[in-house]
Write a protein that binds this ligand. Structure first.
Ligand code: APR
Length: 243
């Protein structure tokens, strides 16, 4: 890994993660070979209209993903663990903004974490808006534990056409960070794909991309390091911490 321009250890770091960081844990990414969006129509499983038209199909898609995430073979990898170490040892704040709906960052020990696209292991009632931890499979017969409505429970992930969560908090973090790192995301989905532009133009902080290959907006980052996340993320964290 080439030398990285020194970043002050008392500047906050903001990290955006995408499906690529969880790939080597055994979870599929969305795009490309073997991706979740291959062979499945996004409109049929990941939109509020899809849920209205065919809740059975939508539940079944997310139940399968949930089952996969809960399988004993899936655990955080060295990239998730390295980011938790960075949060522990960096002098200033380290915040992860993840597009991932898995729970591998928290299982690795990261605490300062924002799930901007929601969480697979949570459910929301479309009738009363209450949110619950929900590990079991869901179906049209699921009942809201709060308002007792039948068939109103949905997985608490952000679908196409819906607003990502915590945007005001995220914008503030992007404006105030000293370093922005984007890991394992293809740069296809906004607003996350636009974060590097915001940091560059409004804050002028350093920006780094870590990915197995250059993303769609790779040329917007001041530095890019390419290889599997389990190798390049721990290496990059070592460099930042001087270990
Ligand atoms: N190490 C590092 N990066 C990797 C690895 C790996 N082992 N394997 C794949 N990648 C990279 C790919 O090169 C790609 O840039 O991870 C990225 C995965 O891209 P996507 O599948 O598009 O996932 P993501 O960017 O997280 O998608 C964003 O789209 O539909 C949605 O809501 C969903 O949150 C998701 C959003």
């Amino acid at each position: 890994m080439k030398d990285f321009p020194k970043t002050s250890p008392d500047a906050p770091i903001v990290i955006l993660t995408g499906a690529g960081i969880s790939k080597e844990s055994g979870l599929a990414t969305f795009r490309g070979e073997g991706g979740l969006w291959q062979g499945v129509s996004i409109e049929q499983v990941a939109s509020p209209d899809a849920f209205k038209e065919n809740p059975k199909l939508v539940h079944s898609f997310y139940n399968k993903r949930k089952e996969g995430l809960l399988s004993k073979d899936i655990s955080p990898n060295d990239a998730h663990l390295a980011l938790a170490r960075l949060e522990r040892d960096w002098l200033d704040d380290v915040t992860i903004i993840t597009q991932n709906v898995d729970n591998l960052h928290e299982r690795a020990g990261s605490e300062n974490l924002i799930h901007m696209h929601g969480e697979l292991l949570k459910a929301r009632c479309v009738s009363c808006d209450e949110i619950f931890q929900w590990q079991d499979a869901m179906d049209e017969g699921s009942i809201c534990p709060h308002c007792a409505e039948l068939g109103s429970m949905r997985v608490d992930v952000v679908w196409f056409g819906e607003m990502p969560l915590y945007m005001a908090e995220i914008e503030k973090l992007l404006m105030e960070c000293g370093l922005f790192i984007s890991i394992g995301t293809s740069g296809n989905v906004y607003p996350a794909a636009g974060f590097v532009d915001m940091v560059t133009h409004y804050n002028r902080a350093k920006t780094v991309e870590l990915n197995i290959e250059p993303s769609l907006n790779a040329d917007q980052f001041s530095n890019g390091y390419y290889g599997p996340a389990t190798k390049i993320v721990p290496d990059f964290v070592d460099k930042l911490l001087g270990t």
